[in-house]
Design a protein around this ligand. Structure first.
Ligand code: C5J
Length: 216
């Protein structure tokens, strides 16, 4: 079984029961001129994850291993968007540079070109921050014990999903170069929180350590 160097310690897992999850690598969050940037965020902090994630995806697919993509967003009538979320996210559903912001079917809601899902790869549309809430993700992962977690943003949708997964009994390995936050301090503290106290939510490593194991 592969073992990768990780924080808080070596992480051993079975590739036969492991899936890669790519969280919310959507144009609305990552493209210059898009929703994320319109809020005053530095999208370069997220965009640095694209190249390592594309390399990991290529190797992962070449090894025939399963990948699941997620997208945060809502139905056009916003019926799946809790009023409390809309209250603090009043731009949701409004016209933006890349279509209606965080609305399914709009250009901005979809995944960036570099990381587009291949036919047959599941894409989980989620109304919340966590990928398990109000989705069929748990059913899709029936044979899975380990999740390799990537995507954006580290302290929001990545963290919420890791916490949900951990409570459901999955072991999570989060790849620091493949997750990103608009805020460098949240990136650093968010990753430390996952591995703290003996790995309270999971393990943290880098894609290079994992790549060595899947390209042997
Ligand atoms: C946010 C996400 N940050 N995908 N969404 O609102 O992390």
């Amino acid at each position: 079984m592969p073992t990768v160097a990780a924080d808080p310690g070596p992480f051993t897992f079975d590739l036969d029961s492991t899936a890669l999850i790519v969280i919310d690598m959507q144009r609305d969050f990552l493209l210059p001129g898009g929703f994320g940037e319109s809020l005053g965020n530095d999208v370069a902090q997220l965009r640095r994850t694209i190249a390592p994630l594309a390399a990991l995806l290529a190797a992962w697919r070449a090894a025939g291993l399963p990948v699941i993509h997620t997208r945060e967003g809502h139905l056009p009538d916003l019926s799946d968007c809790p009023p409390a979320k809309l209250k603090r996210g009043s731009m949701i559903g409004q016209p933006g540079t890349f279509g209606k912001i965080l609305i399914r079917g709009e250009y901005g809601h979809d995944i960036v070109d570099e990381l587009q899902p291949l036919p047959g790869e599941p894409v989980v549309d989620k109304p919340g921050k966590g990928a398990f809430y109000a989705t069929n993700l748990d059913e899709l992962l029936r044979e899975t014990k380990t999740l390799i977690v990537t995507g954006v943003t580290t302290e929001v949708c990545v963290h919420t999903t890791v916490r949900e997964a951990n409570d459901r009994g999955y072991e999570c390995l989060v790849l620091s170069d493949c997750v990103g936050s608009y805020f460098p301090e949240f990136q650093s503290v968010g990753l430390r929180m996952i591995a703290a106290q003996g790995g309270i939510f999971g393990w943290v490593s880098e894609s290079s350590a994992l790549l060595k194991e899947i390209t042997r």
